[in-house]
Design a protein around this ligand. Structure first.
Ligand code: ADP
Length: 231
């Protein structure tokens, strides 16, 4: 009986996710359809360019939603491997540096413990850190002033956990955003999918870890990721 109750739960959950996906994909499809209808021969060159830009953007958005959904729902048992937190972070920072530079932010890495070993699915945890770092860049990009974007990544031991802090001096979050940020499809961005943090949360929970957030509007945001250390 327990087994079938569990299966029913899973089915109900899948149904909900499928409905949400269908809903989210319909929006970009509707606007693509609308703009293609507007593409009439008398349209100016400028108009054509503007509409193509919107259509391409919407196609990318639909693609992102499907891609992130597939990524998050894959029944992939985590492929665990022992790694040093700091060498993992060095790789992620290398991946993000040119993007950060383009967006006018600087990434700093500080560590209080050189030897912090965790047992993780490297691909999944890299995705989590990249999601959070990209969000930090976006939050800096949306600033009105020119304060000079700064992302601090700090690693240290916290009891039996490794703590990865990712702190930005971006726009911060209001109280509604703070309540909803881990909900699937919650986004405040025009081109966001709202899947990054819900997927990240699930990945970290699957690693017996947790994520904490502190944010102040106008000041910035700090994410703390905790992952169990291999002793
Ligand atoms: P997306 O990035 O596609 O919007 P996420 O799930 O990654 O989806 O994030 C959800 C929302 O949380 C974002 O739209 C944004 O409003 C908020 N958010 C996440 N990280 C930050 C941050 N560092 N600073 C400010 N807001 C953030």
């Amino acid at each position: 009986i327990e087994q079938s109750a569990y299966q029913n739960d899973k089915l109900a959950m899948l149904g909900k996710i499928a409905a949400a996906i269908a809903h989210e994909i319909r929006n970009p499809l509707t606007s693509i359809r609308g703009f293609i209808q507007l593409l009439r021969p008398h349209l100016t060159q400028l108009g054509k360019e503007e509409y193509s830009r919107i259509i391409l953007g919407e196609i990318d958005r639909a693609n992102d939603i499907i891609y992130e959904f597939l990524n998050s729902s894959k029944p992939s048992a985590p492929m665990k491997q022992e790694v040093q937190i700091n060498s993992l972070l060095k790789e992620v920072i290398l991946l993000s540096d040119s993007e950060a530079h383009m967006k006018g932010c600087q990434i700093n890495h500080e560590t209080y413990d050189e030897n912090l070993t965790i047992s993780i699915d490297v691909k999944q945890i890299k995705q989590v850190i990249l999601n959070i770092v990209r969000n930090a860049m976006d939050a800096i990009g949306e600033l009105e002033d020119d304060r000079g974007g700064r992302i601090d990544i700090i690693t240290k031991r916290e009891g039996s956990y490794g703590e990865i802090t990712i702190r930005d001096n971006g726009k911060g979050m209001d109280s509604t955003t703070k309540v909803k940020l881990f909900d699937p499809f919650f986004t405040t961005k025009a081109a966001g999918t709202g899947l990054g943090l819900s997927v990240s949360y699930r990945i970290v929970r699957n690693h017996s870890g947790t994520i904490r957030v502190v944010s102040n509007i106008g000041e910035g945001t700090e994410f703390n990721i905790y992952l169990p250390l291999v002793e």
